[in-house]
Design a protein around this ligand. Structure first.
Ligand code: ATP
Ligand SMILES: Nc1nc2c(ncn2[C@@H]2O[C@H](COP(=O)(O)O)[C@@H](O)[C@H]2O)c(=O)[nH]1
Length: 200
């Protein structure tokens, strides 16, 4: 499980889209949210759009792996697709906020936690405003959230600066490749086939 967080507007969605072209085998977790769809977003592709009541019902039946409130809206990761993908031995990437990532870390400490950073806070503000999807008031709130979120970077295994989309994707691809080669993962997977490999 790969968890990608970072402040709003840093480019998580953009980098994930490019990464999926680079690594088509990577499965992308589609979140549920109570936020209204933006122009160009589609149900089941960008998010599953829910009312507060529907979202609450998902929480109550344990259908979410994690959830958090972010700037007035609820966001959560549907549990079943994540558990199924992991059981199939495939990699899945979750693009979620810091509060959600900390919940996931408690339950899946073996996940790979990556924090995406902007080259500067000025550039971050420009990216959010340049996207043209948020009002000035929401941009201000998202910028104050950004400082709090960046302060949580020490909870993550890796930090990647999104200065240039392709470069950021290559860094994330290298992290995923390196994680596949971690000794503890190899030992777990291969000790059955080669009994002389001892589990720690
Ligand atoms: N490396 C980059 N250089 C310049 N612009 C970028 C870069 N990465 C993303 N952008 C632009 O920044 C804006 C925000 O990107 P994106 O929507 O992917 O951010 P996000 O982190 O997913 O935001 P949110 O959390 O609010 O959904 C978009 O207009 C995107 O085109
Ligand atoms: N805890 C979760 N956070 C999520 C999830 N899906 C998205 N997000 C984060 O919410 C903010 C705002 O997203 P936006 O699309 O409204 O700009 C951003 O930080 C996302 O990463 C989720 O399932 N759980």
């Amino acid at each position: 499980m790969i968890v990608l967080s970072g402040p709003s507007g840093v480019g998580k969605g953009t980098v994930c889209r490019a990464l999926r072209r680079m690594m088509p085998e990577l499965v992308y977790s589609v979140s549920a949210t109570t936020r209204a769809p933006r122009a160009g977003e589609a149900e089941g592709v960008d998010y599953y759009y829910k009312t507060r009541e529907q979202f609450q019902e998902m929480i109550e039946r344990g259908a979410l792996l994690e959830y958090a409130e972010y700037v007035g809206n609820l966001y959560g990761t549907p549990r079943e697709p994540v558990e199924r993908t992991i059981a199939e031995g495939k990699d899945i990437i979750l693009e979620i906020d810091v509060k959600g990532a900390l919940q996931v870390k408690r339950n899946y400490p073996e996940g790979v936690f990556i924090f995406l950073l902007p080259p500067s806070l000025d550039e971050l503000r420009q990216r959010i405003s340049g996207r043209g999807t948020e009002t000035a008031a929401v941009i201000d709130t998202r910028m104050s959230e950004a400082s709090r979120e960046i302060g949580m970077i020490t909870e993550y295994d890796y930090a990647v600066v999104n200065d240039e989309i392709e470069a950021a994707c290559r860094r994330i691809q290298s992290i995923i490749t390196a994680e596949h080669c971690r000794r503890d993962r190899i030992v777990k997977e291969y000790s059955g086939l080669m009994p002389f490999i001892h589990k720690a």
